[in-house]
Design a protein around this ligand. Sequence first.
Ligand code: GLC
Length: 516
Amino acid sequence: MSNMPEWLRTAVFYQIYPQSFRDANADGVGDFDGIIEKLDYIRGLGCDGIWLNPCFESPFGDAGYDVADYYKTAPRYGTNGDLCRLFDEAHARGMHVLLDLVPGHTSVRHEWFRESCRAERNEYTDRYIWTDSVWTEPDGMACIRGISERDGSCAVNFFSHQPALNYGFYRPDPQKPWQQPTDGEGPKKTLSAMIDVMRYWLSLGCDGFRVDMAGSLVKHDEDGRGTVALWKKVRAFLDREFPDAAMISEWGEPDKSLEGGFHMDFLLHFGPSHYNDLFRCGSPYFCGHGDASEFVRRYTSSLEKTEGRGLICIPSGNHDMDRLARTVTGVQAKIAFLFLLTVPGAPFIYYGDEIGMRYVDGLASVEGGYERTGSRSPMQWGRGKNAGFGNSDAEALYIPLDPDENRPNVEDEEADGDSLLSEVKRQIKLRREHPALSNTGRIEFLYAEKNAYPLAYIRELDGERLTVVLNPSDVDASFEFAAATAEVVYTVGGAPRCGDGRMTVPAMSAAVCRVM
Ligand code: GLC
């Protein structure tokens, strides 16, 4: 991992959905000033990295993933200057801020798209993927058609108002000249325009990017070769101009993304990782009646394929998934966090997961959230007005608060040493105190059998070797373990026992041990 910025070796990230974190100007929507107010909270939790969801000018048809101007922040969050102040305030606390780069598509309101809709050729004619007739749909892709002066259909990437930027086709069909090769003039200019966007924000002090749908830029590229080649060009640019910028991809196939030059890739709720087996399926492993073996098999194979090339990050959740607390609560949530905070890769904590914020049922969709809306409700800071999110009228809130009067909040959990928040703080501290638990340490699974508990693994780095055992089930669970004693370094819910060639982990407990 020679090309990895030094700070990523120990970074622990906190994901902020800016709409919902803290509203400093009482308009019902979170903002940069609100985030600045809460930097000490995030640092106090132990996190030193922030991933900020998109905060650029946008009609917000997809919560900002429909960018209308890459160079300008959305006024509801503040000005470009306010965002720079956020960078400075974060840096002053030894923290780093990643912006969310959405390179695959824009909003239909983006100037580039308006220009590309014109009948006369201009600089933006090839910026998006257009067919040569409105009656021709782009092979296998959904499209926008009938809204342009230009005769053609434009491919879309996600919602139908998100036209796909043109990075070319891996194997363009010679019968379809509108499919341009990745080294065609149009695709080359698109990439160069996106590099300009990155250069702009990196020059202003941003520390890197989380990249949206990073694996889908080149079209008809089933095995990802074209998209990997594209990201290698971005890597060359970063190596030249911003070697300390950190890059993490929403891709979910680390063997490809890390080859493309990303430092980190997320395991996601979609794709081949079996991430859902742990936290979000019919019977999640951390709810005590599940199976982690397939997850471990895939994860181990991804680690082998990417050995030494970067980090695989397992997030607690994100703005697209159910809240962790929808399925995993109580001691099991503490055990799940001990897993998240003792595996390799940089941990990512989705705002509010550290206090067990709940999924809010029954909400009307907000800004293209649909069922995701319930995971995006305002952060619960305390017992005061709007749970301390801000001083607007309740009706003005961007998304309604969790209506449960027992909803968890930071203030109460800070005062309670037994709360999830206090537990997560202790666990991050533990991670920071032990090199073996850090982002680049090795992992080797000792026990991960089908439908069985506990889950056990060894972490190792710089001569330190620790064993982690997790048993979120309601019965004691044991596995073959040669050592006669284990010094307990940390526990949740009780210490394991060794003897007769086995280690027994009590029901609803987890531990980190040093084995003599
Ligand atoms: C990513 C984002 C998601 C967004 C989509 C389209 O998956 O995480 O929120 O809707 O891309 O940009």
